[in-house]
Write a protein that binds this ligand. Structure first.
Ligand SMILES: *Cc1c(COP(=O)(O)O)cnc(C)c1O
Length: 234
C-alpha cells in the first residue's frame, strides 16, 4: 500500500522547490543560489526520515533537546542540521556538537561561548548573526544598529566562521507587508559587507518562511527556512 504521508511530504517538497526556482527566475536570479532548510521542529522522526528519503538535505530545528533526541536517532542518514531557534549560552556546547550552521547568534557573549566550545571540539563553527528586524521587544536578535559592531567582534573569534545574517519579520496576513523588513535585513548584510571585515564571508542572507519565501527571494534571500509548506501545520 502506498504510504500517503510519504507522498504528501514528497509533493510538498517538490512544489516548494519549484516555487523557489520560479521566484528566483522571476527576478533574474539563479535558483542554485538559494538553499532550502526544511524546518522540522515539532515533527516526528518518522516525518523527518521521510523527508530525507525524498531528497531533503538540510533540516532546521529550534529546540536543543528535541533536536538532539531526533538527531541521535537519525544520525545514520547524515543530513546537515541547522539550529534556528533561540540559543542560550549554556546550550552552546551541545549546539556546536550537533549543528553545521547556527543561524541565531545575537550577542557577543553567546558568540564567545560558541567559540570556546568550538575550540575544545577542534571545529570551526559556521554561524549567522541574527538581527532583530521586527523591533518587537519579545523577538530575539541583535539590534540592527549593532550588526556591524557584532560582526567585527565575531570576526576576531578564531573558531567561528561568520557566513551572513538571519532575521524574521513580524507576522502579517498579507506577506507583502513583510517586504520592508526583509529589505532592511538585506541592507544590513550589505552594510557589513561594505566594511570589508577580514575572515568573514557574508554569503548568506537567511530569510523567508512558508508564507513569505517568494518575497524574501525577490529581496535577495540565499537561504529560506520552510516548515509548514513541507511538513504540514504544527
Ligand atoms: C518555525 C520557523 C520557521 C518555519 O516556519 P514556517 O512558517 O512553518 O515555514 C522558520 N524560521 C524560524 C526561525 C522558525 O522558528
Amino acid at each position: 500500500m502506498a504510504d500517503k504521508k510519504n507522498d504528501e511530504i514528497k509533493e510538498n517538497f517538490n512544489s516548494v522547490k519549484k516555487q523557489i526556482a520560479e521566484a528566483a527566475q522571476r527576478c533574474g536570479r539563479n535558483p542554485d543560489e538559494i538553499t532550502l532548510v526544511a524546518v522540522s521542529k515539532k515533527k516526528s522522526v518518522d516525518a523527518i526520515v521521510k523527508a530525507i528519503d525524498v531528497g531533503v538535505e538540510i533540516l532546521g530545528e529550534n529546540y536543543i533537546q528535541e533536536a538532539v533526541n531526533k538527531i541521535e536517532v537519525i544520525h545514520t542518514k547524515s543530513p546537515s542540521w541547522h539550529f534556528i531557534g533561540h540559543l542560550q549560552s549554556n546550550k552552546a556546547k551541545v549546539a556546536v556538537k550537533y549543528f553545521d550552521l547556527i543561524h541565531t547568534v545575537d550577542s557577543l557573549k553567546l558568540a564567545k561561548e560558541i567559540n570556546r566550545h568550538a575550540e575544545k571540539a577542534g571545529k570551526i563553527q559556521d554561524i549567522l548573526i541574527q538581527i532583530n528586524i521586527s523591533q518587537e521587544e519579545t523577538k530575539s536578535g541583535a539590534a540592527a544598529e549593532e550588526g556591524v559592531k557584532l560582526a567585527e567582534a565575531v570576526s576576531r573569534l578564531k573558531f567561528l566562521s561568520l557566513k551572513g545574517v538571519m532575521g524574521m519579520p513580524p507576522f502579517f496576513d498579507d506577506p507583502e507587508r513583510a517586504r520592508p523588513y526583509l529589505r532592511r535585513l538585506a541592507n544590513i548584510r550589505e552594510a557589513i559587507k561594505r566594511e570589508n571585515i577580514e575572515k568573514i564571508s557574508m554569503e548568506h542572507l537567511s530569510m523567508g518562511m512558508s508564507d513569505d519565501f517568494r518575497i524574501a527571494i525577490e529581496e535577495g534571500s540565499t537561504m529560506v527556512r520552510i516548515g509548514t509548506a513541507i511538513f504540514g501545520s504544527r
